[in-house]
Design a protein around this ligand. Sequence first.
Ligand SMILES: Nc1ncnc2c1ncn2[C@@H]1O[C@H](COP(=O)(O)OP(=O)(O)OP(=O)(O)O)[C@@H](O)[C@H]1O
Length: 257
Amino acid sequence: MIPELRVENLTLRFGGLTALDGVSFTVKPGALHALIGPNGAGKSSCFNVISGLYRASEGRVLLGEEDITGLRAHKLARLRIGRAFQNAALSPGSTVLDNVMLGRHALTSGGFLAAGLRLPWAMRQQRRHAERALEICEFLGIGELAHTPVGALPYGATKRVDIARALAVEPVLLLLDEPAAGMNAGETADLATTIEDVRAELGISILLVEHDMGLVMGIADRVTVLDFGRRIADGTPAEVQADPEVVKAYLGTEAAT
Ligand SMILES: Nc1ncnc2c1ncn2[C@@H]1O[C@H](COP(=O)(O)OP(=O)(O)OP(=O)(O)O)[C@@H](O)[C@H]1O
C-alpha cells in the first residue's frame, strides 16, 4: 500500500532568515504533487528537510503513521523513499549501471562485502539486483548507456541516471528536486513524459519540486505554492493558476528580473 506524505507546520530558520514558515501540505497516495514557487521561495529548503538533509526548526514530516522527520538517507531508503537531487552527486568515473546499483544498497542483505567475498548466495543476489537496475535504466531510456561512465554523458542523461538511482530503492515515494533545471525545452518535455510514465507504471507518489510552472501544470494532480517561505496556495493546477496571490508572486519575480 502506498502511504501518504504529510508535511506538518514545517519551519526552518537560518540565523535570522526564515526559509520556511509553518508550511503544511499532504501528498496523497499515488499522486503527482508539485511544490512550486519563485526563486528563493523555500522549495529546496522544504525538499531538504523532507529528505533529511536539513533539520527543521519546527514541525514534522510523516510517511503514513511513521514520523520521518530528520531521518538519515539510509533510513529513508529503507522506508522506500527515493530522492533525486538538483545537483546529482553521481560518481562520474563509474558506469551508469554501477551508479544505479548504489541506490540498491538499502535492499541488499549481507551487504556488498559478502558479494566482494564472492559468496554464492551473495553473487546470486547481486545478479538479481543488477538485472533490476538494468530494467530501471531501460525504463528511463538510458539502457543503452548502462556501461558508459557517467562523466561521458550529456547533461539530460545524467539527470535520468539520478532518477534511476532513486527508483532503484523501489520507492513508494519519489522526491524530485528541480529535475528540469538546466534543461532545454525539448529535454524538459521528454522529462515530463518520463515522470508521468513512472507514476503510471509504478503507481507511486511523486513530490516534484520545480521552479517552472509550465512543466508542472500539465502533469501534476495537485500543486502547493510557496512564496517567501510561506504556503500561499494549494489546489489543482487550474485552481492555483487562477489564484491572484500566485499570479502576483510569479509576475512580481519576473518583473524584478
Ligand atoms: N544553507 C543555507 N543557509 C542560509 N540560507 C539558506 C540556505 N539554503 C537556503 N537559504 C535561504 O533560504 C531561502 C529559501 O531558499 P531555497 O533555496 O529553499 O529556495 P528555492 O525556492 O529552492 O529557490 P530556487 O528556485 O532559487 O532554487 C533563500 O532566502 C535562501 O537564500
